[in-house]
Design a protein around this ligand. Structure first.
Ligand SMILES: NC(=O)c1ccc[n+]([C@@H]2O[C@H](COP(=O)([O-])OP(=O)(O)OC[C@H]3O[C@@H](n4cnc5c(N)ncnc54)[C@H](OP(=O)(O)O)[C@@H]3O)[C@@H](O)[C@H]2O)c1
Length: 179
């Protein structure tokens, strides 16, 4: 199963016009509610992320935050930093080719992250679950979660949760028998 767990602005952006994501943490969260993140991460066994998202994580300057193997997609990145070489693998190709390679390594429950990366998988109807957390802010531009693609894709709504009195999270599953 290929899964998305991502936060967007009300107008559907995952980063602002400057590529910043500070607005994700603009709502006071005194008890550090993880809004379902740890529960979600326990359902996946590997992460596929785009190069921009990888560089954002590196820019935080924190310890590497993932315990599962991470596959970074890029056509331009030449190498992974030395200290991450056991944890991160660089790859490229079509979404189908990437999935075949990762499945052959025994990983089937996959977290797909990064706007362009998610759009590439959606364009091939390769996303099964969407968990979208909506932050009540309009950014007016930035990196969109969704782009254009050819076919209509229907999803079944599974759950809504409300966090911190203002953040709504919706979970959807792809209805495979419907376009
Ligand atoms: N709000 C949230 O929860 C959230 C979550 C994740 C990320 N973000 C933010 O969203 C922004 C990232 O968005 P983004 O649209 O730039 O997307 P991205 O998917 O993180 O990165 C896009 C890059 O990934 C590479 N790529 C994607 N598909 C590929 C493929 N099939 N084969 C080879 N390379 C592939 C390309 O890198 P090359 O150019 O090197 O070829 C492409 O330019 C960042 O600012 C990040 O911080 C926000």
């Amino acid at each position: 199963m290929n899964k998305v767990f991502i936060a967007t602005s009300l107008d559907g952006y995952i980063a602002d016009k400057e590529g910043q994501i500070d607005w994700l943490h603009s709502i006071p969260n005194p008890e550090n509610d993880d809004m379902g993140y740890n529960k979600f991460i326990s359902t996946v066994d590997a992460l596929i992320m785009g190069r921009t998202t990888f560089e954002t994580v590196l820019s935080f300057g924190i310890d590497w935050p993932y315990e599962i193997p991470v596959f970074v997609l890029s056509t331009t990145l030449k190498a992974i930093p030395e200290e991450l070489q056991e944890k991160v693998e660089l790859t490229k190709g079509s979404p189908k080719e990437i999935l075949e390679m990762i499945h052959s390594k025994g990983f089937d429950e996959l977290y797909i992250d990064g706007g362009t990366t998610i759009q590439g998988f959606l364009s091939q109807d390769l996303i099964d679950q969407l968990i979208i957390t909506t932050i009540p802010v309009l950014l007016g531009g930035g990196s969109p979660l969704f782009g254009t693609f050819d076919q209509r894709l229907s999803f079944q709504h599974v759950r809504s949760s409300r966090y911190l009195d203002c953040i709504v999270q919706n979970e959807y599953l792809r209805k495979k028998n419907e376009s």
